[in-house]
Design a protein around this ligand. Structure first.
Ligand code: SF4
Ligand code: SF4
Ligand code: FES
Length: 264
């Protein structure tokens, strides 16, 4: 089946009747998007399908996925919500690197000579369909570190004051949006699924170093066991992958140091 837009032919390979295509905007270029597809109801293994579509250099990868889903193959399945880098739901591997589909621009992926973009699901979590993986093991690890404020004793009668210095200690790790880009770029996580992974450690760090929290030692205990922080081999993949710019490996090192000296 061949779909035509403007003067260019696109040959969608997925099932489904194409909708009427929108006009090609001025300045659009043709890109070929290779997407890993997998439908557990009919496929025995994942395979690649390719779509040649028009794109503006300022389009985001998420726009390309929408274009394919809305106009070429409605069965294409992926997660997204905010489309603005906030919700963390559209982590995927784009040209081999973990990124958020809504934050990566076409112009940063293609050149005059290379107009191909590869999109695959993140690695290390069970594949469900197309770009969707089962996030439960990721959230299990997150929940295991008790990512919420814990205090003991009587309810305070007035606000708890925190100095700017104390607030700064965990400022970086408050930015996490739980997208899983870090954990699913970690070679240790790929090979040893028991490892809690960097995102869980980042979220433990956020409370361990909060002067108002009183369960830091409890979290350190959790992270000191066989599946915890010592499995990290400091390869920095996680820091490179984080779309929020969090210094993930540094946070992991701070947790290791707190464990070694048993002092936060
Ligand atoms: S620094 Fe540690 S947690 Fe991060 S990717 Fe490397 S091994 Fe994994
Ligand atoms: S630390 Fe960064 S990469 Fe990891 S889950 Fe949080 S926002 Fe995503
Ligand atoms: S869709 Fe929400 S972060 Fe990309």
């Amino acid at each position: 089946m061949t779909v035509t837009f403007g003067e260019v032919d696109a040959t969608p390979t997925g099932p489904g009747k194409p909708a009427e295509l929108p006009p090609v905007p001025d300045g659009a270029i043709m890109v070929t998007v290779h997407i890993q597809r997998f439908n557990p109801e009919i496929d025995e293994a994942p395979h690649k399908e390719s779509y040649r579509i028009p794109a503006l250099p300022t389009d985001r990868v998420l726009n390309l996925l929408h274009y394919i889903k809305w106009y070429i193959d409605g069965s294409l399945t992926f997660r997204r919500s905010c489309a603005h880098g906030i919700c963390g739901s559209d982590a995927m591997r784009i040209n081999g690197r973990n990124r958020l589909g809504c934050k990566v621009l076409v112009k940063d992926l293609v050149t005059d000579k290379k107009t191909e973009i590869t999109i695959e699901p993140i690695k290390g979590l069970p594949l469900e369909k197309d770009l969707i993986v089962d996030m439960e093991p990721f959230f299990d690890a997150y929940r295991a570190v008790k990512p919420y404020m814990i205090t003991h004793g009587n309810e305070p009668s007035r606000e708890w004051i925190q100095s700017q210095h104390d607030r700064d200690r965990f400022d970086d790790t408050t930015k996490c949006i739980l997208c899983a880009c870090c954990t699913t770029s970690c070679p240790v996580y790929w090979s040893e699924d028991a490892y809690v992974g960097p995102a869980a450690i980042v979220n433990a760090h956020r409370f361990i170093f909060d002067s108002r929290d009183q369960a830091g030692q409890e979290r350190l205990e959790i992270l000191s066991d066989a599946e915890g922080v010592w499995r990290c081999r400091t390869t920095f993949n996680c820091t490179d992958a984080c779309p929020r710019g969090i210094e993930v490996t540094k946070a992991i090192q701070e947790v290791k140091r707190a464990l070694m000296f048993r002092r936060v």
